[in-house]
Design a protein. Structure first.
Length: 254
């Protein structure tokens, strides 16, 4: 067998196994007895990382300033509302009714009894308004409009008895009946017969139904009370809402 001429191989072993152009900066390292050349990419990577860091920092600063401005506006608004008039603690009773305030919701519930009847009244917050000139007297905003509250009055006899349900409007100084339904218990068909418009009924029948409600505490005094109650609730809920938004944004800033 022919023997390998080491004199021919040695020059090849001394040559670098990896080369790069003279313009590339290199870092030498050894494999065995041989020194190889490796390009350095560290500087380019560091410049890219620094650029990304600066962009992220600027973005965070802008976000922090934006959220800080929202917090400032919310604090100012809450302070203004509190200084203008501080909400009062809602009362728990009126006449024959106990009041379930439902904090954070747009309605309240009144419950009462009349003889052997149960009375439940669902009351919305202000949900409409009319020009003050179309309705006489009472509270208004800037003497321009009168606010409207919807009442749903349920009157029951016995646990499984029929329910007489009145759809009413509460104006600042009066109650107005809009509709009258009758249903059994808590069940109502998908398309119940709603009867005629209340104003289409005989005048004497209308008067009798108003007297029927008045005897059960659904009267002008209740309307006036509910308007004052809802003014206070409206402010309370507005301040609570702003406080909730403020707390949420504060958590994002942390």
């Amino acid at each position: 067998m022919a023997r390998l001429n080491l004199n021919l191989v040695r020059p090849l072993l001394r040559k670098p196994m990896y080369t790069c152009s003279s313009s590339s900066r290199t870092l030498p390292f050894l494999i065995g007895d041989h020194q190889l050349q490796q390009p350095i990419f560290n500087i380019t990577l560091k410049k890219h990382s620094l650029f990304q860091f600066k962009r992220s920092y600027i973005s965070d600063m802008r976000k922090s300033a934006f959220e800080g401005n929202i917090l400032r506006l919310l604090r100012n608004e809450i302070q203004y509302e509190l200084q203008r008039s501080t909400p009062t603690e809602p009362v728990a009773n009126f006449d024959i009714f106990t009041i379930d305030d439902r904090p954070g919701e747009q309605w309240i519930r009144l419950k009462g009894k009349f003889k052997d009847e149960g009375i439940k009244v669902e009351v919305t917050m202000f949900d409409g308004a009319i020009p003050a000139s179309k309705s006489g007297g009472g509270a208004s905003i800037g003497d321009e409009v009168q606010l409207h509250i919807t009442l749903i009055v349920n009157i029951t006899k016995g646990e499984d008895g029929e329910v007489l349900e009145f759809m009413c409007s509460a104006w600042p100084d009066s109650i107005e009946i809009n509709r009258l339904f009758i249903r059994r218990g808590d069940k109502m068909s998908a398309q119940p017969y709603a009867g005629p418009e209340f104003k289409e009924l005989d005048d004497e029948l209308q008067d009798s139904l108003y007297e029927f409600l008045e005897a059960r505490g659904i009267n002008d005094e209740l309307a006036a009370f509910l308007h004052e109650y809802m003014k206070n609730k409206d402010k309370t809920e507005f301040i609570r809402w702003m406080g909730t938004v403020k707390t949420f944004i504060e958590k994002q800033v942390e």
